[in-house]
Design a protein around this ligand. Structure first.
Ligand code: UD1
Length: 342
């Protein structure tokens, strides 16, 4: 059995990936500082899979503690590194907090990989590295644009740090996965996205508004150069996204990678506007959503969607869920969370 270390494994994408890894027979160890998640997620992973992964509550910025932990777990085959701060707006106001946490934790992870001979890393990157692309859809070769936030910068710089490390040390291999917009929840409704406070992202804001927790959804702009004037994104089901991590980890462990460092776009290939996302929500929930068009959100990208063909052909991975299916699971999750049925 292969041991996989998942950092940020109680978080949104980390918990779904842990479930998929366990389903494929991997043993998962989680490191998380519970900054933006709860330890009870482990109970729910247990409920779904019948297996309780070990949770080590640890801050990855604490090099000594990380070192001491890894020393005791030298049989780790791969690390999937999710743990990071991700609030774009907050990162603009508190850049040092973001640079310190997101970069230091990554550097410490690479440090222990080097020190203890852990050979494989999967890194949680983002389509934010492309900025506003000139040509759509975006391929992995599309030029990177200057990031529009310190958060985005940490993803770009993170990729560079990994690339340089894999080039200087051929015993370390890595894959960066550039996610487009993950949405939805596990079909069991036992795990999902649990933003603290007011959500920044569209779908949790949408489902909370549908449930009556928020008064109305503000649609940030309808004067963009898109068919209905609202911004376009590529929304993919988080379970599809989680499965891509299992494929990437297997590729590295089985030495099927073609280069020491590889990058893949993970998206559906379909661009969906904010107004279309609202209509999808209304279709699957039967709830008429209260929304209002307001001004543009500073730093927003007008339109972006993936060309996932490289991931399709090289990883043999593609998204299986439709927008409506993903949206439905987001709505079911919201209802379960709010009715205290967890
Ligand atoms: C942002 C980041 C992305 C990051 C992700 C994680 C940028 C450019 N993108 O994605 O890198 O990985 O967050 O948190 O910084 N919208 C509304 N009303 C709302 C909320 C959102 O209209 O209340 C619209 C936005 O204008 C956007 C779309 O919904 O067009 C999606 O927004 P959001 O869910 O915040 O994701 P991104 O901005 O794409």
């Amino acid at each position: 059995m292969k041991n996989i270390l998942v950092t940020g494994g109680t978080g949104y994408i980390g918990s779904h990936t842990t479930v998929e890894l366990i389903g494929q027979g991997f043993e998962v160890i989680i490191i998380d500082n519970l900054y933006n998640s709860e330890a009870e997620v482990i109970d729910r992973i247990h409920k779904i899979t019948g297996i309780r992964p070990h949770l080590e509550v640890l801050d990855l910025c604490n090099q000594e503690k990380l070192d001491a932990f890894i020393k005791k777990h030298k049989d780790i085959s791969a690390i999937i590194h999710f743990a990071a701060y991700k609030a774009v707006g907050e990162s603009v106001n508190e850049p040092l907090k973001y640079y310190r946490n997101n970069l230091l934790s990554l550097i410490n992870i690479l440090g222990v990989m080097k020190l203890y001979g852990i050979p494989n890393l999967v890194f949680s990157s983002s389509c934010t590295v492309y900025g506003q692309p000139e040509k759509l859809p975006v391929t992995e070769d599309s030029p990177l644009q200057p990031a529009t936030s310190p958060y985005g910068n940490t993803k770009q710089i993170g990729e560079v740090i990994i690339k340089d490390t894999t080039h200087s040390n051929e015993n370390i291999k890595a894959i960066s996965l550039r996610y487009f917009n993950p949405i939805g929840a596990h079909p069991s409704s036992l795990i999902g996205e649990l933003p603290r406070g007011v959500p920044e992202n569209l779908v949790p804001y949408l489902t909370q508004t549908g449930y009556g927790i928020r008064e109305e959804l503000k649609v940030f702009g309808n004067d963009y150069d898109t068919p209905d004037g609202s911004c376009i994104r590529d929304y993919l089901h988080v379970v599809d996204l989680a499965k891509a991590h299992v494929v990437a980890v297997k590729r590295l462990i089985e030495n099927k990678n073609k280069k020491n460092y590889e990058v893949f776009n993970l998206g559906t290939g379909n661009g969906v506007s904010v107004l279309e996302a609202i209509r999808s929500f209304e279709r699957v929930s039967g709830v008429k959503l209260k929304y209002r068009i307001v001004g543009r959100r500073p730093g927003d990208i007008e339109k972006i969607w993936a060309d996932p063909s490289f991931a399709n052909s090289e990883l043999g991975w593609k998204t299986l869920s439709s927008l409506d299916e993903a949206m439905k699971t987001a709505w079911e999750w919201e209802k379960v969370v709010r009715s205290n049925k967890l």
